[in-house]
Design a protein around this ligand. Structure first.
Ligand SMILES: Nc1ncnc2c1ncn2[C@@H]1O[C@H](COP(=O)(O)OP(=O)(O)OP(=O)(O)O)[C@@H](O)[C@H]1O
Length: 306
């Protein structure tokens, strides 16, 4: 069994286009300088961090350090939420961000500087944020959890293309969005949120908890990871040229004021795709499938050093 002072460190060697692997010797040295007692493991395949965090919890670790990007953190959160050994908010996560977008950390002000991020973890100050829960197609399968933003439609389409551009770093998502724009077809959907039913042709539906996605874009209006609510944007049948004119507004948040964007705050949302095209769904930048979905919020579920 792990002793209560020790940490388990999960490193995704592929994140940040391989930067995590390159920087590990320096990080390992810094962790020792700051007197962390730890064990570590590199992920060996795509969803390995789900399994690694669950095994660490079984061994008695309740303090985990994530070295990677938003996708690695997403998998760690899913590993925690999908286990029953300890209450999910009793597992505490420190993040050393080495990804491409690094979007989740932007909301919480976790530094991209290695030593500053390690100091933040060492300080031991915890915050607990809300977690979104996605049930896809009403099927009897494990839910998917997210901590940053989930998106249906163009947003998912960009995630499906972005791997090709990750060598470009932070502008990978914008590059994927602009290059994919003209091949994406808007889709018909029926959304139920609060007591409204919105039937429309749609570019994308965004469900935010934190503020930034897609390498710094701000696509929902007033996300607050601590308010127990989903922050929703329904981007209706906006034209491709109109999007190009609004690129700056994707990053400064003003896109939510566009007349074709409807915004809502809600504890739940359900989306039925009424179209033969089944758009991609992404959660925290990871593709999770296609189809109809229900999303709810679990208040104060994810505990992290900040
Ligand atoms: N050993 C591995 N081999 C291949 N893929 C992996 C491995 N470990 C994890 N992955 C996958 O790598 C993907 C990318 O990881 P991550 O999101 O952390 O980095 P990133 O894409 O560079 O950053 P960001 O999401 O912040 O843009 C995730 O989908 C994860 O499942």
């Amino acid at each position: 069994m792990a002793n209560s002072n020790s940490w388990f460190v999960i490193i995704n060697p592929t994140s940040g286009n391989g930067a995590s692997k390159k920087k590990w010797p320096e990080i390992e040295k810094l962790l020792k300088t700051y007197k962390f007692e730890f064990e570590f493991e590199f992920t060996k395949h795509k969803n390995h961090s789900i399994e690694l965090v669950q095994n660490a919890i079984i061994q008695g670790f309740n303090r985990i350090i994530c070295i990677g990007g938003d996708g690695t953190l997403h998998n760690i959160v899913n590993g925690i939420m999908l286990q029953n050994k300890v209450p999910y908010n009793q597992v505490h996560i420190g993040v050393i961000p080495i990804g491409t977008g690094n979007d989740w950390v932007k909301t919480h002000g976790v530094s991209n500087n290695l030593e500053n991020a390690i100091q933040t973890i060492k300080n031991g100050h915890l915050k607990i944020q809300d977690v979104g829960k996605i049930i896809l197609n009403n099927i009897d399968k494990d839910p998917t959890y997210f901590i940053n933003l989930a998106g249906i439609g163009f947003d998912g389409f960009v995630v499906s293309k972005v791997n090709k551009y990750k060598h470009l770093g932070a502008i990978a998502y914008l590059s994927g969005a602009l290059l994919g724009l003209f091949s994406f077809k808007n889709f018909h959907s029926k959304v139920r949120v609060n007591s409204s039913i919105i039937e429309s042709k749609t570019l994308m539906i965004l469900i935010g908890i934190c503020q930034y996605s897609g390498g710094g874009m701000q696509l929902t209006k007033t996300p607050n990871p601590f308010d127990g609510l989903l922050d929703i944007s329904i981007v209706k049948n906006i034209g491709k040229i109109d999007i190009l004119k609004n690129v700056v507004n994707l990053f400064n948040g003003k896109i939510t004021n566009h007349k074709k964007v409807e915004t809502y705050k809600s504890k739940t949302i359900s989306v039925v795709i009424t179209d033969i095209n089944k758009p991609y769904i992404q959660a925290d930048g990871e593709l999770i499938g296609t189809g109809n979905l229900e999303i709810s919020i679990i208040p104060k579920a994810f505990s992290f050093y900040c």
